[in-house]
Design a binder for this molecule. Sequence first.
Ligand code: ZN
Length: 137
Amino acid sequence: MANAERPLPQPDDDSAPYWEAAARGELQIQRCASCRTWRFPPRPRCPRCQSDAAEWERVSGRGTIYSFVVAHAPVLPAFAAHVPFAIALVELDEDPQLRVVGNLLDIGVEAVQIGMRVVVDFEAVEAGVALPQWRRL
Ligand code: ZN
């Protein structure tokens, strides 16, 4: 999906470690330093215990498609040539409550299925910026 007009991540204080790890080819997820609950997307406070203490942990990058949607009519012109494409909600192996959203690299809309095993892959889009995406495991 190489396209110069494609929007790039805009890291903030909470998500910057996620994008810095992605640029190194690592999938890291924020975790509560008090109760160990995973937090995705990253946020300043734990939804379970309200602690603001957080750490980052590298995860396996393996998971299962929990659900997906198929985009038919993109609102952004950068994606117009790629429809239809699937966007997956991936349940990571580390925790059934830990789910991340991502593009599928090698799984067409006819083939994508709930329960399909996937692994993260990183697409370098420019210097210092890489996008975590998913391919068939
Ligand atoms: Zn917590």
